[in-house]
Ligand binder design. Structure first.
Ligand SMILES: *Cc1c(COP(=O)(O)O)cnc(C)c1O
Length: 419
């Protein structure tokens, strides 16, 4: 689909007077729209809840909007738990899906009443030793190993990922054993969690995963006598970063999961199982822009456009070669007849937001919008080269702009040093 920014050039010029670029800006209306769509797509399941993956966008202003829309949070660290607590999430609104977990994180998760999702069978004993008990409600993460693939065509598989190479989760036999151990130690309500593929562009990913997990749940309940209360499809639903990619249809996805549910769980007498999701990218990526100003043009062996943002503000292109669409504001209707590398200032040659990208002729001072940066954007930021994290702004539904996080200052950068 054609990528249209949710802010206009005059709006950005005005915002830039109060908040210099680079900055991340988020679209409240879009966030609410997606959250409502997700809840409607799964409304057939009375227990449904989306636990937003906090790591995607750990920003209280965003988490509070999602909470108003009925979402919970999925945390995986101490500070994510602390932030969720301060945003008003409590008890069953918090999922704690961590790995290589320090004891103090389990202590806080239990204190907040979060649902703990164990990544490994050895954590049954670790959790019991840490807390002194096993919570009545508990979840385990499953990893079937091997390769996960879907939708073979001449171009290859629609979805392909490699759970067998992933550090997460338990094998099938470990899962059965963990359930038996947990039950013997007093657990009463059980959940199953699995994350088998990342950034999937297919309406079949969740339904295929759900089918596997539902069959597993039936076996688990029969063989161990544990009551399966919920099945957590976790994250992995992708977004169309490229304009030519097909977008996921959350209603088709919800309907596909419903069909698997009717086919597998209902006949097994398990029609009371709640479905959970932990989407980060799908919820937020399209609703964030990284806004940056062109500082320099350089003509050597290639044509370079130097901007005031860098990989420290958005790491995905440098880290994964990820594509983020770029709009040159005010030049949307001009022909894309110039080939550029759009680059940041890091002393690292992978600090390129785009390589050989066809764009309209760019001039110094132009404002560029990098699309789909609302998830795994700001949050993956870092301070390499002494670069500072940017501000995060919220475009309210009424068109006003609010500061959610100020930009870092050199004082912040020096604050942890012992001279
Ligand atoms: C990262 C993560 C998610 C969210 O993944 P997305 O691809 O952003 O949807 C969900 N659950 C867990 C456990 C994660 O680590």
């Amino acid at each position: 689909m054609q990528k249209v920014p949710f802010v206009t050039l005059p709006q950005l010029r005005e915002i830039r007077e109060s908040y210099p670029t680079p900055f991340h800006i988020y679209d409240e209306a879009g966030i609410r729209r997606t959250a409502r769509d997700v809840n409607r797509a799964f409304a057939w399941n009375p227990g449904f809840k989306e636990y937003f993956a906090v790591k995607a966008t750990p920003t209280p202003g965003i988490l509070k909007i999602l909470r108003e829309e009925g979402c919970g949070v999925d945390c995986s660290s101490l500070t994510e738990l602390m932030m969720s607590d301060r945003c008003g999430f409590a008890g069953r609104e918090i999922m704690f899906s961590s790995n290589e977990t320090p004891a103090e994180e389990y202590v806080l998760a239990a204190k907040l009443g979060a649902t703990i999702n164990l990544d490994d069978i050895t954590h049954v004993d670790f959790l019991e030793r840490t807390l002194g008990y096993i919570p009545e409600r508990i979840s385990c993460r499953y990893n079937p190993g091997g390769v996960f693939q879907l939708g073979e065509s001449k171009e290859g598989f629609q979805v392909m990922d490699n759970p067998g190479e992933a550090k997460y989760g338990m094998t099938r036999s470990q899962l059965f054993e963990a359930y038996r151990m947990l039950k013997a130690k007093g657990a009463k309500e059980f959940g199953i969690h699995a994350f088998l593929a990342s950034n999937t562009l297919s309406n079949d990913y969740y339904p295929a995963l759900a089918g596997q997990l539902f069959e597993l749940a039936v076996d688990l309940q029969r063989e161990t006598g544990c009551h399966i209360a919920f099945i957590n499809l976790s994250g992995g639903v992708g977004v169309d970063y490229r304009p030519e990619q097909p977008a996921n249809d959350i209603f088709a996805i919800g309907e596909g999961v419903r069909r698997a549910y009717e086919r597998v769980l209902v006949p097994a007498g398990m029609g009371d199982v709640a479905i959970y999701t932990e989407m980060g990218r799908f919820m937020l990526a399209p609703h964030g822009h990284l806004v940056t100003t062109v500082l320099h043009e350089k003509h050597t062996y290639k044509e370079y456009i130097g901007v005031d943002a860098c990989a420290a503000n958005l790491m995905r292109p440098a880290m994964y070669g990820a594509y983020h669409h770029i709009t040159v504001m005010g030049k949307e209707d001009r022909p894309c007849d110039h080939k550029y590398d759009v680059v940041g200032s890091l002393c690292e040659n992978n600090d390129k937001f785009a390589v050989d990208r066809m764009l309209p002729k760019i001039d110094i001072g132009d404002i560029l919008v990098l699309h789909d940066t609302g998830a795994h954007g700001f949050s993956m930021g870092y301070n390499y080269n002494g670069r500072l994290r940017s501000a995060e702004l919220l475009l309210r539904e009424d068109g006003s702009v609010e500061l959610m996080r100020r930009a870092e200052t050199p004082e912040d950068y020096f604050a942890t040093l012992v001279w």
